[in-house]
Design a protein around this ligand. Sequence first.
Ligand code: HEC
Length: 156
Amino acid sequence: MKIRLCWVLVVLLLLLSGGLAYKFIIQGSVGAASDGRIAIYLEQSERDLVLKEMRTFLLSVQQITVGLNRDNLQQVAQAARQVGTAAAGGVPGSLTGKLPIDFKRLGMDTHGKFDQMALDAKDIGDKGLVMEQLSELMENCVACHDIYRFELEPAR
Ligand code: HEC
């Protein structure tokens, strides 16, 4: 009898941890937005943080185009490095848990593509390649904005 109770507890705990893992790693804190996109619910400070990161993305893209216009691939490399994978390190775990897995994937892929651009701009120094990389990378910006938006967590 005791052993059976143990198994029941084990199964319940497995289901619970599986459910939590699903919620925090895969699903995130999401709902339906009024415009057909997926709403990601964040606290005010979390939303401020990700939107700030977004504005840094935009600034870097602008600086990359300036570098291209001036044939200055050092400037391109520097602007791209600013939004590389290293820049993603400051996101707190509580916030990561609210982001759906596809959002995290697209986000990390974008940072990775900026890293690659920084390396190639410095080592290969080919403007045409940078432009190709920029237009491909910006497909991620467009795709993610098409799917998601940020909303404040509903008051509980
Ligand atoms: C992984 C998803 C994702 C990627 C990739 C992404 N964004 Fe965003 N971005 C968002 C979401 C979600 C919002 C909020 C949109 C909303 O609430 O309507 C946003 C908002 C923004 C904003 C508005 C900032 C503000 O202060 O309101 C800018 C600018 C922006 N993104 C630029 C970019 C650029 C440039 C790129 C590509 C280099 C990019 N984003 C890539 C998800 C993403």
